[in-house]
Unconditional design. Structure first.
Length: 82
């Protein structure tokens, strides 16, 4: 299983689109999505406030919006291969 962190915040329609994209993928691939609200953490707001949604992989790499499904799947394939 590949775990991805989705940095998000309430009322962010782009975050909702990103989460829906990940949810669709999780039904076909072994992906665990950890949605993380940045609004509760000043450090996360400073880091991601204008970048969200952001997908962070456990190897530390990130995809900043805008991203497409094929970019996420490429990264997941790379992680599985390692």
């Amino acid at each position: 299983m590949i775990t991805v962190i989705l940095y998000t915040t309430a009322g962010c329609h782009l975050c909702e689109l990103a989460e829906a994209m990940l949810q669709d993928m999780s039904s076909q691939h072994d992906i665990k999505i950890v949605a993380t609200e940045i609004g509760d953490n000043d450090e996360l707001v400073a880091r991601y406030g204008i970048k969200i949604p952001v997908i962070r992989f456990l190897d530390g790499s990130e995809l900043n919006w805008p991203f497409e499904a094929h970019e996420i799947l490429t990264k997941i394939s790379q992680l599985v291969a390692n």
